[in-house]
Design a binder for this molecule. Structure first.
Ligand SMILES: NC(=O)c1ccc[n+]([C@@H]2O[C@H](COP(=O)([O-])OP(=O)(O)OC[C@H]3O[C@@H](n4cnc5c(N)ncnc54)[C@H](OP(=O)(O)O)[C@@H]3O)[C@@H](O)[C@H]2O)c1
Length: 367
């Protein structure tokens, strides 16, 4: 019997920075190390604003055959590229994704998808017009551990879900980094919410928004508050809660750039027990399940720590999703579809409005 053909997705990388290197290293791992035999990845080209930086990136992470470009315009015109990965700062995602979509390229764009929901709505329109695939690189959604936890939640084996508490924080040593660092600079959409917020909210999206009993109904109440740093005025710490009335459940979410994540980073509370997810919440490798003796009692009668391992950082699972979607002619992913990214961007807009965080004039390309 002949083995089924392996589909190879040829990537072009925009931005020779830190996250692009993580993505490329994972994409180039042998897919068999994660039991994937139907798709694989090549890095056809890398574009930087400086061709020397693109070449240095290629020398470090790619094969010598990878082409270096000194502009983003050149890479999207390359006929040997099937999909473009965008690894630039948040406030550049819109322009970079638009450039690629209008050139007819499929796009995987780093989180947060855009600066605001209006920019994302515009990108979705452009992707439709050009009949190409578009997805936010919310890699946590595709990790095997996320699938396991989602199964526990959706099956109801711990009873009705009531609350998701989730936090992603990181100490960026803000007093000692330049104010132009992307985490502090409002021109680059700096602050905790847009950079770290996608991770607490992904657990709310997976466990509440996507819950079979919620049937993809967006949260009907959003309440957020921000603590700004006097350094640049971006949010140092943000907390926000989402109410899913149909499901009778809430998410209590937070993020900060001035302290590390707590452990557990995510606590999912059900009537009959808890799931505790150990940090980091963007790519956890273990979680603990607790069972109560009876619904609502809080008396833990059984506890089990489970570990889920994989080779690599975990960015390759989303790459596999893009490859399969492109192979199958799909224009968006079912698992992390565009409506889900839009729910997230709407929440971020609302929380920024409530927290009084306005971007400098001209940052938002669409309002
Ligand atoms: N998925 C994840 O796990 C994860 C982790 C970290 C960050 N991110 C996201 O990835 C994006 C990039 O973060 P990063 O940590 O990789 O940042 P980074 O190391 O600063 O890299 C960003 C790259 O964007 C390009 N760029 C284009 N215009 C720029 C500008 N005006 N200022 C600075 N850089 C510019 C630069 O590449 P060239 O000079 O080569 O053109 C730069 O190397 C952010 O949106 C962030 O939220 C995701």
């Amino acid at each position: 019997m002949s083995s089924p053909e392996i589909f190879t997705l040829r990537w072009g990388i925009i931005g020779a920075g830190s996250i692009s290197s993580s993505f490329v290293k994972d994409a180039l791992l042998d897919p068999k190390t994660r039991n994937v035999t139907d798709v694989q990845h090549t890095i056809a080209a890398v574009a930087s604003r400086d061709v020397k930086r693109a070449q240095e990136f290629i020398d470090k992470y790619c094969k010598p055959s990878t082409v270096a470009y000194g502009s983003y315009e050149e890479i999207v015109a390359d006929k040997n590229i099937d999909a473009v990965y965008i690894g630039t700062p948040h406030t550049h995602h819109y322009a970079n994704a638009r450039l690629a979509l209008e050139a007819g390229k499929n796009v995987l764009c780093e989180k947060p998808f855009t600066s605001n929901a209006a920019e994302l709505r515009s990108l979705i329109e452009i992707a439709k017009k050009h009949n190409v695939f578009l997805m936010e690189a919310l890699w946590t959604r595709f990790l095997p551990i996320s699938q396991e936890i989602k199964k526990i939640t959706d099956s109801g084996e711990l009873g009705d879900i009531r609350v998701v508490h989730a936090d992603l924080s990181g100490d960026f040593d803000v007093d000692h980094i330049p104010k132009t660092h992307r985490i502090l600079d409002p021109q680059l959409g700096g602050g905790a919410l847009l950079d770290l917020g996608p991770y607490p909210i992904i657990w709310a999206m997976m466990c509440l928004y996507e819950h079979p009993k919620n049937a993809l109904v967006a949260p009907d109440h959003i309440a957020g508050t921000m603590l700004k740093t006097p350094l640049t005025g971006v949010d140092a710490s943000t907390s926000f809660s989402l109410t899913f009335s149909k499901l009778e459940a809430q998410a209590i979410l937070s993020c900060s750039i001035t302290l590390p994540s707590p452990n557990p980073a995510v606590t999912i509370r059900y009537r009959n027990g808890n799931v505790l997810i150990h940090p980091p919440p963007y790519a956890p490798r273990s979680y603990t399940v607790q069972w109560f003796d009876k619904p609502g009692s809080g008396k833990i009668v059984k506890e089990e720590k489970r570990e889920v391992t994989w080779v690599g950082g975990g960015w390759h699972f989303q790459a596999d999703e893009v490859a399969r979607c492109v192979r199958d002619g799909k224009k968006e992913s079912d698992a992390w579809s565009l409506d889900k990214s839009l729910v997230v961007m709407n929440v971020f807009d609302k929380v920024r409005e409530q927290g009084g965080y306005k971007f400098p004039e001209g940052v938002e390309q669409v309002v």
